[in-house]
Ligand binder design. Structure first.
Ligand code: 1GP
Length: 250
C-alpha cells in the first residue's frame, strides 16, 4: 500500500510545517472554468487538491480528477461523502469514519460494503477520524448523516472524540464545521485537540480569510482546507496559501 502523502503529512507535522488544501466540489465546478483555479493553485504552491462533497450529483468525478492531474502536479486527495465518490484517478482517499456521529453506516457500514473496491483502487488510503462541529447552520453533512454535530463550545467532547480516534488507530483527525459554515471552528477548540493528539490535524469549514487560516495553524492545525471562500473569490488562494506557509515554525 502506498504511503507517500501520509509520510509527507507526518514529516510536515514533525517539522512544524503547515499545509493548505483547496476543496473542489464536483457539483460546483465546470471543467472549462477549472483552468484559472488550477493555474492559481500551482502558482500559490498549494499542497493538495481535495475533491468531494457531502452530496455529489454530478457524474463527472472521474473526468474532473483526470483533468486536475493532467494540468497540475499537485496531489489529488478524495474527500468523499459516499463510496460512490471513489475514483482511481486520484492519489489518495480520506477513508472517513464519522466518529462524532452515532450513525453506524458512516462509522463502519459503508466501509464494509466498499472495502474490496477501495482496496483494488490502488489509492493511498488515509484512515481519518472525521469530527463534525456545529458551524452555526445546518449543513448537508449533518442532514445526510443524520448525526448531530458536536456543539461549538463543547471542547471536551471534541478532545475525547479525537483521542478515541487516534487510539483506535486512525491516521488523521479532520475537524470540520461543514461546508459554508457560518462560524468556523474556534481556535480554542483546535488548540485543545491539537495539544493532546500526535497525529496530523486537518481543519476546515467556513474559513474565509488568511487571518483565520493563520490563527488555526498557530492553534495547532496541520492542514487547512478551504472550499467555498475560494469558489467565491479565486484570488484568495494565494493569500491563504501565503498565510498558511508563514505560520510554519520549527
Ligand atoms: C467542508 O472543510 C470543508 O467540508 C471546506 O469548507 O467550503 O466552508 O471552506 P468550506
Amino acid at each position: 500500500m502506498k504511503n507517500t502523502i501520509y509520510t509527507q503529512l507526518q514529516q510536515a507535522r514533525t517539522q512544524g510545517k503547515k499545509s493548505f488544501a483547496v476543496l473542489v466540489d464536483p457539483d460546483k465546478t465546470e471543467l472549462q472554468q477549472m483552468d484559472t483555479l488550477l493555474a492559481l493553485g500551482e502558482q500559490a504552491k498549494i499542497d493538495y487538491w481535495f475533491v468531494g462533497g457531502s452530496l455529489v450529483i454530478s457524474s463527472q468525478l472521474d473526468e474532473l480528477v483526470r483533468h486536475i492531474k493532467k494540468n497540475t502536479s499537485i496531489p489529488v486527495v478524495l474527500f468523499p461523502g459516499s463510496p460512490s465518490q471513489v475514483t482511481r484517478q486520484a492519489d489518495a482517499l480520506l477513508y472517513l469514519s464519522l466518529i462524532s456521529g452515532r450513525n453506524p453506516e458512516l462509522l463502519i457500514g459503508q466501509h464494509v460494503l466498499s472495502a474490496p473496491f477501495v482496496k483494488q483502487s490502488g489509492l493511498e488510503i488515509l484512515s481519518t477520524g472525521y469530527i463534525v462541529v456545529d458551524g452555526g447552520a445546518p449543513t448537508t453533512v449533518s442532514y445526510i448523516s443524520n448525526a448531530a454535530p458536536i456543539p461549538a463550545d463543547k471542547e471536551d467532547i471534541a478532545l475525547c472524540t479525537a483521542l478515541a480516534g487516534e487510539m483506535l488507530g486512525m491516521k488523521l483527525i479532520y475537524m470540520d464545521a461543514g461546508s459554508g459554515a457560518k462560524q468556523p471552528i474556534t481556535t480554542s477548540m483546535i488548540k485543545r485537540v491539537a495539544d493532546q493528539i500526535s497525529i496530523p490535524l486537518i481543519v476546515g469549514g467556513g474559513i474565509k480569510t488568511p487571518e483565520k487560516a493563520q490563527e488555526n495553524c498557530k492553534a495547532g492545525a496541520d492542514l487547512i482546507v478551504v472550499g467555498n471562500a475560494i469558489e467565491k473569490e479565486v484570488s484568495l488562494i494565494s493569500e491563504i496559501s501565503a498565510a498558511v506557509k508563514n505560520s510554519s515554525s520549527l
